[in-house]
Design a protein around this ligand. Structure first.
Ligand SMILES: Nc1ncnc2c1ncn2[C@@H]1O[C@H](COP(=O)(O)OP(=O)(O)OP(=O)(O)O)[C@@H](O)[C@H]1O
Length: 562
């Protein structure tokens, strides 16, 4: 398991902390044992001294054992508190690092591979599975370590007083480990089912929330509701099964503890009759035996968590590793030459498609040109952007920027030179300012106002309740379609890159706004090389060249009428 190994590497920084946590956990368990062990002796000893008369009462030293009891009580509280503090801090750090590592693996898969996955499922892997995986140390490893270390110690202490009681305790503790192990396979099956249902319910909920308007307007909300309720019923049933299994094992361990206490009592009384034990040592061993089970009772839960952790690692590994396409790594050097962009003998189709969208297509755009790409809907105009940024692999051919293959570099390198305002743009649920700063965090207020002016959003800015600080809503829902589109073009402009690609920039705009936008765009960035995918005839006069996608290739077009 690549991720499991990576997890140990990630957790190296917190390993000392977790080891300290394990020591504190053992100390808390030992203190608990010591407390009951000593209390049993103290109570029985005091009772015996009371019965034996004044001389025995005066001879009986209460101070030392009573101090011991107080010491163990304090130590138990402090060690438990310390253990929680230290281990949870360590676990949270590991979860944070695991999330960063997973993000680093998942992000490069966008969008080609991620599109095949449901957003809710991916979110479940990224949030719930990383959380579950991070519980490995606190909820699995530490309980097992504590059970083994303290179990051996308890047996050794008991053996000092009574061999038979120690053997009984050893057998009983081993039996507890067997009981916890027995539920392993069933826990694994139920955990698989649980995580699959959890992920499905999260996906359904995410889809429902994203498309709540469409659900209502298409009359599909009842269907969606019943799907979620069905998932919820499955989830509850699986959780009930898991809880029944876990509680069944815990009850067996509790029964085992009672039985063991009775057996220890039996052997201790026999040893007392044989003058091998004093009377106060009998309840001491019985209570000590009961205390020993405190480290065994969390084992069924640890076993259940272990199964869930394994499943979480499998799912994370699946999301992070098995799907990853080989991506180049950035050499941190921006393209120094961007004098031309060449699509050289390209063959391209999406996976699952039978026909190429581009078949040995060649296109060369020189710096300073303004080129329009036209063609019927579905001919592949928007796909050019995905091909350029390497989101989907080419079947053959190369894309060269200034002579260097763009796919030997990362999309981030390319984005230093080329800005894109795509057809499927995304606006964050924040203010106009937030969205503009997302494109270029170094933008000044003047830059933002100027970019909004270029895209004809000055009136909007003047009437918006809080100007640049007006909220745009989720996916820009508080804006009209045309306003949202223009805001995405303003984002591209703010990046001030020498190349700009606009996919249907004037879609949904009235003729006057369209004209003004194109005029202002060219006036604001006369130096920019513009690649414009469009259906709109009004865009063409602003271009220096028009190409049409025809027969899976680029053909010069006569459409331009300046
Ligand atoms: N992610 C994808 N996976 C599979 N097929 C896709 C994907 N994106 C687009 N396609 C298909 O590829 C073809 C070209 O799509 P593309 O979006 O590039 O066309 P377009 O020319 O931009 O269309 P429009 O003018 O309608 O925006 C279409 O047949 C479309 O169904």
């Amino acid at each position: 398991m690549t991720l499991f190994r990576a997890f140990f590497t990630l957790s190296r920084a917190a390993q000392r902390q977790l080891a300290f946590g394990a020591i504190l956990a053992c100390l808390a368990a030992l203190a608990n044992f010591g407390l009951l062990f000593l209390s049993g002796w103290l109570l029985a000893g005091a009772a015996c001294a009371g019965l034996a008369g004044l001389a025995a009462q005066q001879a009986f030293n209460m101070v030392l054992p009573a101090t011991g009891v107080r010491f163990f009580a304090m130590m138990r509280i402090l060690a438990r508190y310390g253990e929680r503090l230290v281990t949870h801090d360590g676990a949270l750090r590991i979860i944070g690092q695991l999330r960063v590592a997973c993000y680093g693996r998942i992000a490069p898969q966008a969008p080609a591979i991620l599109h095949a996955q449901r957003g809710g499922d991916l979110l479940a892997r990224f949030v719930t599975d990383t959380d579950t995986a991070g519980q490995y140390y606190t909820d699995v490893l530490i309980p097992f370590i504590r059970a083994c270390v303290c179990g051996i110690f308890f047996i050794a202490i008991t053996a000092i007083f009574s061999f038979h009681c120690a053997i009984t305790l050893a057998v009983a503790l081993l039996l507890c480990i067997v009981i916890a192990g027995a539920i392993k396979a069933r826990c694994a099956t139920l955990s698989d089912r649980l995580s699959a249902t959890q992920s499905r319910i999260q996906s359904e909920l995410a889809d429902t929330i994203t498309a709540i308007g469409e659900s209502l307007s298409l009359g599909a909300s009842f269907h969606q509701q019943s799907v979620i309720m069905q998932c919820q019923a499955e989830l509850s049933a699986t959780k009930r099964h898991l809880a029944a299994l876990e509680n069944g094992a815990s009850s067996l361990i509790a029964f085992c503890a009672t039985l063991t206490a009775l057996c220890i009592l039996f052997f201790a009384v026999k040893d007392f009759q044989a003058h091998l034990l004093t009377l106060p040592e009998v309840p001491m061993l019985v209570l000590g035996g009961l205390a020993a089970f405190d480290v065994m009772s969390p084992l069924p839960t640890a076993q259940k968590t272990l199964a869930q952790v394994h499943r979480a690692f499998d799912r994370l590994e699946d999301a992070c590793f098995s799907n990853t396409t080989a991506k180049s790594t950035s050499n941190d050097k921006a393209f120094s030459d961007y004098s031309s962009l060449q699509f050289e003998n390209i063959c391209f189709r999406y996976s699952g498609q039978e026909q190429d969208i581009f078949h040995h297509a060649t296109l060369c755009v020189k710096q300073g040109e303004r080129v329009a790409i036209t063609g019927p809907s579905g001919c592949g105009k928007s796909s050019l952007i995905s091909m350029l940024f390497g989101f989907y692999p080419l079947q053959s051919g190369r894309i060269l920027l200034g002579g260097s293959d763009v796919h030997t570099r990362t999309p981030e390198d390319l984005a230093q030179v080329i800005s894109v305002a795509g057809q499927d743009f995304h606006l964050f649920n924040g203010t106009v300012r937030d969205n503009l700063l997302f494109a270029n965090p170094a933008s000044t207020e003047e830059d933002m106002v100027a970019a909004l002016h270029t895209v004809q959003l000055t009136d909007f800015l003047a009437t918006a309740p809080n100007g640049l600080d007006s909220f745009v809503g989720d996916e820009g829902l508080q804006l009209s379609g045309g306003q949202a589109k223009r805001l995405s073009i303003a984002q591209a402009l703010l990046r001030k890159t020498p190349w700009i690609i606009l996919d249907e920039p004037t879609e949904g705009l009235d003729a006057t706004t369209e004209q003004h936008l194109l005029e202002q765009l060219i006036a604001a960035r006369p130096d920019a090389t513009l690649l414009c995918m469009t259906h709109r005839a009004a865009v063409l006069p602003f271009m220096t060249r028009v190409l049409r996608i025809q027969d899976d290739a680029f053909c010069p077009s006569e459409e331009k009428k300046p």
